[in-house]
Design a protein around this ligand. Structure first.
Ligand code: SF4
Length: 307
């Protein structure tokens, strides 16, 4: 099951760091593979330790003393070591599904976006779209490794080409990533699932309306908790410090709050009127309705201070 490249990298890091201990981090969808992965690592002479904590992305790296982290399902985002990334790419060729749905894609100039799992097929899908007369653009994000790759927090690969295209074609399952592309670019996204061959047409309208609603709900707040996460790729202390300073300057009561996993249970009872979350933006975008108090993204808080 483990690709040869991953085994070789583990062996190299093992020699470099003088340890056979491997901390295995898996996203929720791959957790059922934990036992099989640990069996294979054992058979290769490693000492696996499975991290059963939730793992939401490459922002959420965990380390143990004297152990190499095997981070599964994401590509490198942070320059922290010792880590081996197993990107867990899919073999299925998505160009078949895109070709099946091409008659529903109305625009000629399209941008291409996907997750790391399908990134190996970006060139093939581009060629196929061009064969059907489309002009195809592929951009590059800030926190991502590959051209065309997007994350739930980084649609930069799409944003960087948004002025050249009229819509986006997204390859992958679900709406988590393509909704971010639609929201951040303001363009229509054709989300094509290579497994089901289904296509959904998405816009960011609903998320934009919710953004305004969040700001209006926080308008009467007098105190703001500015929330930091200790997850290494979600820890932005300079932003938090700046937000607290700005809030205080405008007469609000404001304090930084720090924790690992940001949930309604952890925030709702701290006594602030509203919260600004500097960590993963999807906590606000996807879960804001679950919080008893208004929660805002930093840019939403800036907008509110400007009103
Ligand atoms: S910050 Fe959020 S969206 Fe970005 S990689 Fe981490 S969990 Fe995913």
């Amino acid at each position: 099951m483990l690709p040869q490249r991953v085994i070789e990298e583990l062996e190299n890091k093992s020699k470099e760091y003088g340890t056979r201990r491997v901390l295995v981090q898996l996203p929720e969808g791959l957790k059922p593979k934990a036992k099989a992965i640990s069996d294979e690592l054992n058979s290769l002479g490693f000492e696996p330790i499975i991290s059963a904590d939730p793992c939401f992305g490459a922002c959420d790296l965990r380390f143990l003393d004297n152990a190499i982290t095997l981070h599964v399902g994401h590509s490198r985002m942070l320059n922290l070591e010792p880590v081996v990334y197993w990107e867990y790419r899919y073999d299925i060729d998505p160009s078949t599904a895109v070709e099946e749905r091409i008659s529903g894609i109305n625009e000629e100039r399209v941008g291409l976006a996907t997750t790391v799992q399908h990134i190996g097929f970006v060139g093939k899908v581009k060629e196929m779209l061009e064969k059907h007369g489309k002009e195809v653009f592929i951009g590059k994000g800030v926190r991502t490794t590959y051209p065309g790759q997007v994350l739930g927090c980084d649609a930069g690969a799409a944003l960087s080409i948004k002025d050249k295209v009229d819509s986006f074609v997204y390859i992958g399952s679900g709406v988590f990533h393509p909704l971010m592309v639609a929201y951040q670019t303001g363009k229509k996204v054709y989300a094509i699932d290579p497994f089901s061959m289904e296509m959904q047409v998405l816009t960011g309208d609903k998320l934009l309306k919710e953004r305004s609603l969040r700001i209006s709900k926080a308008m009467n707040a007098k105190s703001f908790g500015v929330v930091l996460s200790t997850k290494p790729g979600q820890y932005f202390p300079e932003i938090a410090e700046k937000l607290v300073k700005m809030a205080k300057k405008q007469g609000f009561d404001s304090t930084q709050i720090i924790l690992d996993l940001i949930t309604p249970d952890n925030l709702d009872y701290l006594g602030f009127d509203a919260y600004v979350i500097t960590a993963c933006p999807r906590i606000v975008i996807d879960d804001w309705k679950n919080y008893k108090r208004p929660v805002l993204l930093p840019d939403e808080f800036y907008d509110l201070l400007d009103m």
